[in-house]
Design a binder for this molecule. Structure first.
Ligand SMILES: Cc1cc2nc3c(=O)[nH]c(=O)nc-3n(C[C@H](O)[C@H](O)[C@H](O)COP(=O)(O)O)c2cc1C
Length: 408
């Protein structure tokens, strides 16, 4: 894809990756992604970030086209060191030969361990929050956003263009010929924002809230947000992006439940359906997810929009089935907040699974309703009635959680 002028003298010069389905830890639904890099043409021609290794051909071609030759670039700003943004850093420095490289103070600390550059004689300056850098007609202002989502992340604001280059914040994974959010289907885009947030940003929700406060304090007036993945938000869509992110970060409980399970002979699955019926009967929306049929990425996206997460496994060799363990491990790392929980499962003789899952959920600060439901072998009508009732109890717990969180 050729460069796109997104503001006067400011160009998108990244790469579109239509093929990838792997986004370091999560699986992309058939979308691919983009590695966004930007170039400002000014007295000091300045390049922001690079692309993932393997996409350098498209990237260098775009930089050369927009700048009028690779060596026209004077400054390189590294907003984030992760290899999908800085994977071509060494090659870029060699080919572009920038007069100076800028990064965050945390970026400077980590750069050598990632790119082994300390003996290469690079001219690097670390810029803390509040620093200003003049390029001529444009000024760069910096905001460190530590742990959003790596320690080195920073954002760059260009007041003359009212442009925020937001690094990983506001990203979505979408490979397309469009560059702006207003050019694609809104519902799809909103879902992709959620998927990215739920699988990458969720544990750092408090930092998102803090970053908004800092941006407000800095008085930055923004009429375009350019994240490092996916499409850009312009005009009215800036408010849309901020509102979406604020809602995602708030993690308010909702009248929805996600039921996750695995099963060998379908008894646990039958229980899942009965619990789901009880929830539905009490007014909740329910999603059942068989963990062999759903990737942990979509599981987490569903969990992120739910007020309850209910997990079931048969007892298997005195433990739980591996797909259930995998989902719990992944979920725990993403630290979902404000959820109630439920546990269930079938067993043959020793029956440890329900207790084990309860311990997992409790360790995530999820309020588990009661002791859960256990069935010896195949659930009969009485047991299914218990499951139905358990679903209703979980629905009540969601209502209480919503009230406690001040959500209508
Ligand atoms: C390989 C295997 C290991 C099992 N290990 C245990 C066990 O350690 N303790 C237990 O109570 N039941 C154990 N069971 C029995 C299952 O928990 C029981 O069949 C249960 O009803 C299966 O539920 P499902 O229909 O949801 O798969 C095991 C079953 C299999 C096939």
């Amino acid at each position: 894809m050729r460069p796109v002028e997104i503001k006067k003298d400011i160009h998108w010069v990244g790469a579109v990756d239509y093929n990838t389905r792997d986004f370091h830890g999560y699986a992309l639904s058939p979308n691919g992604t983009t590695y966004n890099a930007f170039l400002i043409k000014d007295e000091k021609v300045t390049l922001f970030d690079t692309v993932k290794h393997g996409h350098e051909e498209e990237f260098f071609e775009n930089v050369a086209l927009a700048a009028g030759g690779l060596e026209a670039v004077d400054y390189l700003v590294v907003n984030h060191l992760e290899p999908d943004h800085a994977g071509c850093l060494v090659e870029t420095v060699e080919r572009v030969k920038p007069e100076k490289i800028f990064c965050s103070p945390m970026g400077l600390k980590a750069m050598d361990s990632l790119y082994h550059m300390k003996d290469k004689g690079w001219n690097i300056e670390a810029l803390p929050t509040g620093a200003n850098l003049s390029l001529g007609r444009h000024t760069l202002q910096f905001l460190e956003t530590r742990m959003l989502h790596w320690p080195d992340n920073m954002m760059t604001y260009i007041p003359e263009a009212k442009l925020l280059i937001s690094s990983d914040a506001f990203g979505q994974n979408l490979a397309s010929s469009e560059r702006f959010v207003d050019e694609v289907d809104r519902a799809k885009l909103t879902e992709l924002m959620r998927e990215y947030f739920a699988n990458i940003v969720l544990p750092f929700s408090p930092i998102v809230q803090k970053t908004f406060e800092q941006i407000q304090k800095l008085g930055w007036e923004i009429d375009m947000i350019a994240p490092d993945h996916g499409l850009m938000f312009r005009g009215k869509d800036v408010a849309f992006a901020i509102q979406q992110y604020a809602e995602l970060a708030a993690q308010h409980p909702t009248r929805r439940a996600t039921i996750l399970f695995d099963t060998m002979w379908h008894s646990t699955e039958t229980m899942a359906r009965a619990i789901g019926d009880g929830l539905k009967d009490a007014g909740c929306e329910v999603t059942l997810m068989h963990l062999k049929a759903n990737h942990h990425t979509s599981v987490m996206t569903e969990v992120s929009r739910s007020g309850a997460v209910i997990v079931g496994s048969p007892t298997h060799n005195n433990g739980i089935l591996p797909y259930v363990a995998g989902a719990l491990q992944y979920m725990k790392g993403l630290k979902p907040q404000n959820k109630v929980g439920g546990v269930f499962g079938s067993f043959g003789w020793s029956g440890e699974s329900v207790k084990i899952i309860k311990e997992w959920l409790t360790s995530m600060n999820i309020d588990v309703v009661g002791e859960g439901v256990r069935t010896k072998n195949v659930p009969d009508a009485e047991m299914l009635a218990q499951c139905f009732d358990y679903g209703r109890q979980i629905a009540q717990a969601i209502e209480a959680k919503m009230e406690a969180c001040g959500v209508k």
